[in-house]
Design a protein around this ligand. Structure first.
Ligand SMILES: Nc1nc2c(c(=O)[nH]1)N[C@H]1C(S)=C(S)[C@@H](COP(=O)(O)OP(=O)(O)OC[C@H]3O[C@@H](n4cnc5c(=O)[nH]c(N)nc54)[C@H](O)[C@@H]3O)O[C@H]1N2
Ligand SMILES: Nc1nc2c(c(=O)[nH]1)N[C@H]1C(S)=C(S)[C@@H](COP(=O)(O)OP(=O)(O)OC[C@H]3O[C@@H](n4cnc5c(=O)[nH]c(N)nc54)[C@H](O)[C@@H]3O)O[C@H]1N2
Ligand SMILES: [Mo]
Length: 778
């Protein structure tokens, strides 16, 4: 097998983001797909009208026609999906499950596309083929045998199309449960919760066009050079026209510093590049709340000075009066937060905070973007509400060039929520489903990811079905979540590629191979389109371009309909006719989901249609009809009580993040170009001064434990310490390798999102390394 593995190397990267480095990397993945020409044709159809939506990230498309609309990492995602390698019955005959478990996550996915439905045979420890109908019957038998539908969990990963997601939630609710844990629970959940409370809608308020008009763009806790490369271009354009781009990130991510445009011949030939930011601030992990509060406190100070001196006000008083509620309590918490506490918790100096506040004040139109560096903390809901408070002070919501921009991850994670993949569905959604489908929808709250794992551990969940994703590796506290899956009676994975979730299974298990975004989806009425929603609430159609690798693969909607029909019969809908023509599914969406009236016709518009956003229209769908200032208190101490109670002092606080060569748990390769790492992933980035302070040497292997107050030992072993440009006291390691360290019960208040960006850790010389050193000195 021709996997690309360079020898482990670590050498700081000096080139710009994107550019030649990106082209070289794309070429390798292209050739490696084994069907480069086919994939090139497909790639040119990425994000074009009549083409498919990029299965990479959820950044929106530039409305300009004719532009090439994919990036390095989108190209990797396409080539990864569109491979000619197949994981078929012969493959599973060759390898037992125990043998497959010995392989790395990289190796597993590299083997190719899943092409046949398979059933686990415990007697031989191999997966064996099963007919589709038998697979559906087996699932139906288990689901119909439950004492209560809440003994089933229906997980969704954010690549599922709107059509698939809608059918999935319809089926689950018709069965009687709201147990829809999804990847969003581990991702932007806090954004949805915070914005829902503050501005009445849990989505971003800006569209693509706003980026051209902003005077300042603040980018918090996000690494777009790797994770949303198509965002680099609007950032670069903003800097070029003199707007401020202000980054808050403890790591000086290369992709936020300089950018070489891959479609710009002069830049490429001269190896020139453009700056991507005008200011870079490096806060403490979890320090953004204090930093934002400090900015707001400066604004308040200047507002008071202006009032005293009869100067123009700093706040937008007309907006505050007409549109908001709660400013008084908010100003009280600003007054009550002391400068020293804000400086200490933010990890930034008072000068830096004042500088950021000046940039913020001088801009009359500000967009604030954020991603996982903001959402995966204990107090993420409060941080995002502080972002919102700041924007409300200056009326920076619902105006051109200004607004809130949670940059989503998976390409359709936002759409899946819109379709009702939600363990806490609104009453309006349930009412609409009941009216349209004449069944009584379950009203009790379902499981989020953490609750689902707890329920599996407690033996309450008996059937686990996953619509995509890699639950075993994406979830926190890996040994716990593995145990949870193994506790189930039946686990079902609807997937494109082999991963550890297919090896971490219940007493019975199924693999149901599905089509991906790039595949042509042929049904009775012809090739089908599916639809997705991007971070800017744009809905567009996606048409697969490539002939599927096997006739045995089925589309996600067809698989869900098959399971539903076997379980419920032709109730509450005729599942077969929906699959014959997806326009029928879209009609059901139009009937039940707000904003989708006349869905099929509007889809014909080039570029799709805008779903609209009430807050962007300054309509606040909150109980009071106003936008709310939320007067959250600062945390007394960022380190959670439980870590304190462990009786040990943390050596460092660690975040988990993505390398340049991965898509979540999908590992494309072992390099992280912009951070200078190649051929390895088991690394811990730390500050040289901390490495010395803790008595280690750079390059040494260490074991890492995390602190919590239960008696579970959470440990990863044999990780290489790399001296890195990271603030003192902090560390970073890759997800999913570091997931065993994230305690299951350490999650955000109100969001239940695992705190993957704040883990209190201790380091020890690795047992293996110790032996080696001793042997050398003997
Ligand atoms: N190629 C590629 N594209 C992807 C993905 C992928 O894995 N690969 N994943 C997709 C998904 S699902 C998602 S959610 C997004 C993820 O996109 P990102 O959120 O960019 O992903 P992370 O790698 O988790 O990076 C988090 C960033 O936040 C910073 N950070 C960490 N903690 C803090 C903090 O407390 N404060 C501040 N200010 N910064 C902090 C880190 O240094 C890092 O730069 O990308 C999507 N796109
Ligand atoms: N420690 C730590 N943990 C994290 C994070 C972190 O930053 N740190 N990030 C969290 C975030 S933001 C997210 S979104 C989650 C991601 O969690 P998931 O969405 O569960 O994980 P992925 O790695 O994206 O899933 C990859 C698998 O999806 C399947 N797949 C790919 N395309 C398709 C498709 O079109 N259809 C179907 N049915 N299957 C497909 C393939 O089998 C592939 O192996 O992880 C979270 N976990
Ligand atoms: Mo995500």
């Amino acid at each position: 097998m021709n996997m690309h593995v360079a020898p482990p190397r670590y050498k700081p990267y000096t080139g710009p983001a994107a550019g030649w480095g990106a082209l070289r990397s794309v070429t390798r993945f292209w050739l490696d797909s084994k069907q480069p020409l086919k994939n090139l044709r497909a790639l040119l159809k990425t994000n074009q009208n009549g083409g498919f939506d990029c299965p990479g990230c959820a950044w929106g498309d530039s409305p300009e026609s004719g532009a090439v609309k994919f990036c390095e990492n989108g190209a990797k995602a396409v080539n990864w999906e569109a491979t000619s390698r197949a994981v078929n019955a012969a493959f599973f005959k060759r390898y037992s499950l125990s043998q497959l478990r010995e392989q790395s996550d990289y190796w597993l996915e590299y083997q190719g596309r899943l092409t046949e439905p398979m059933r686990y045979d415990a007697a031989t420890d191999h997966y064996v083929p099963i007919a589709w109908d038998d697979a559906f019957k087996l699932i139906a038998k288990h689901l119909n045998g439950l004492d209560n539908p809440n003994q089933a969990d229906f997980y969704t990963s954010g690549r599922a199309s709107n059509e698939a997601a809608f059918l999935y939630q319809l089926f689950g609710r018709a069965l009687g449960t709201n147990n829809f844990p999804d990847c969003s629970n581990m991702c932007h959940e806090a954004s949805g919760v915070a914005l829902g409370q503050s501005i009445g809608i849990g989505k971003g308020t800006v569209t693509f066009a706003d980026f051209d008009k902003a005077d300042a763009i603040f980018v918090l806790g996000q690494n777009p050079g790797t994770n949303h490369p198509r965002m680099l271009e609007p950032l670069r354009e903003a800097v070029k026209r003199g707007a401020q781009v202000v980054c808050f990130n403890p790591l000086k991510e290369r992709g936020l510093e300089r950018f070489q445009h891959p479609q710009h011949p002069i830049e490429m030939l001269t190896n020139g590049s453009e700056p991507l930011n005008t200011s870079f601030l490096r806060p403490a992990l979890g320090g953004d709340m204090a930093a934002l509060r400090a900015i707001a406190k400066f604004l308040l100070q200047w507002e008071r000075e202006a009032a005293a001196n009869n100067l123009p006000p700093v706040f937008d008083h007309a907006f505050i009066e007409t549109h908001t509620q709660g400013i008084d309590s908010y100003l009280q918490v600003l007054d009550a937060s002391s400068w020293p506490s804000l400086v200490e918790q933010s990890g930034l100096s008072l000068q830096e905070l004042e500088y950021a506040a000046r940039l913020y004040r001088e801009a009359s139109r500000v967009i604030i973007c954020w991603a996982m560096g903001i959402t995966q903390h204990r107090h993420s809901v409060a941080i995002i509400q502080e972002i919102t408070n700041l924007q409300l002070l200056r009326g920076n919501i619902g105006r051109p060039g200004a607004g809130l921009c949670p940059v989503r991850g998976h390409s359709n994670v936002q759409g899946d929520r819109t379709m009702g993949i939600d363990e806490r569905p609104s009453a309006a959604l349930l009412d609409a489903l009941e009216q349209r489908f004449k069944f009584s929808a379950p009203r009790e709250e379902g499981h989020n990811v953490v609750a689902a794992i707890n329920a599996m551990l407690a033996g309450q969940t008996r059937v686990f079905i996953a619509l995509g994703g890699n639950f075993a590796q994406a979830t926190p506290d890996s040994p716990q979540s593995h145990k949870a899956l193994q506790n189930c009676e039946l686990t079902v994975q609807i997937s494109t590629k082999l991963n550890r979730s297919h090896l971490t299974i219940g007493k019975q298990a199924l693999i149901l191979p599905c089509l991906g975004r790039t595949d042509i989806d042929q049904q009775a009425s012809g090739p089908q389109a599916v639809t997705v929603e991007d971070s800017f609430s744009m809905i567009h159609a996606s048409y697969g371009q490539l002939t599927p690798l096997s006739t045995q693969m089925r589309s996600e909607p067809a698989i869900i309909a098959g399971i539903a029909k076997a379980t419920l019969g032709d109730s509450p809908v005729n599942w077969d006719s929906l699959i014959a023509d997806y326009r029928e599914i879209r009609q059901l969406i139009a009937d039940t989901i707000p904003g989708f009236t006349d869905f099929n016709r509007r889809l014909e518009q080039p570029g799709g249609f805008y779903l609209g956003n009430s807050a962007a229209q300054r309509q606040w769908q909150t109980p009071s009809g106003k936008a709310h200032f939320k007067a959250n208190l600062l945390l007394e101490d960022l380190i959670p009580e439980q870590a304190r109670r462990s009786g040990q002092q943390p050596d460092l606080i660690m975040q988990t993040l993505r390398s340049h060569d991965q898509y979540n748990t999908t590992i494309y390769g072992l390099d992280d170009r912009y951070r200078g790492v190649s051929g390895q992933r088991k690394v811990i980035f730390a500050n040289q001064a901390d490495i010395i302070r803790l008595g280690f040497k750079a390059g040494q292997k260490v074991d890492v434990i995390s602190l919590w107050d239960d008696n579970i030992e959470r440990k990863i072993a044999g990780f290489t310490l790399l001296a890195f440009d990271i603030p003192a006291g902090q560390a970073a390691a890759y997800y999913p390798e570091a997931n065993p360290l994230v305690p299951l019960q350490s999650y955000g208040s109100g969001s239940f999102t695992p705190t993957s960006k704040f883990i209190a850790i201790r380091l020890f010389a690795s047992a293996a390394d110790k032996q080696m050193i001793e042997a050398k000195s003997a």
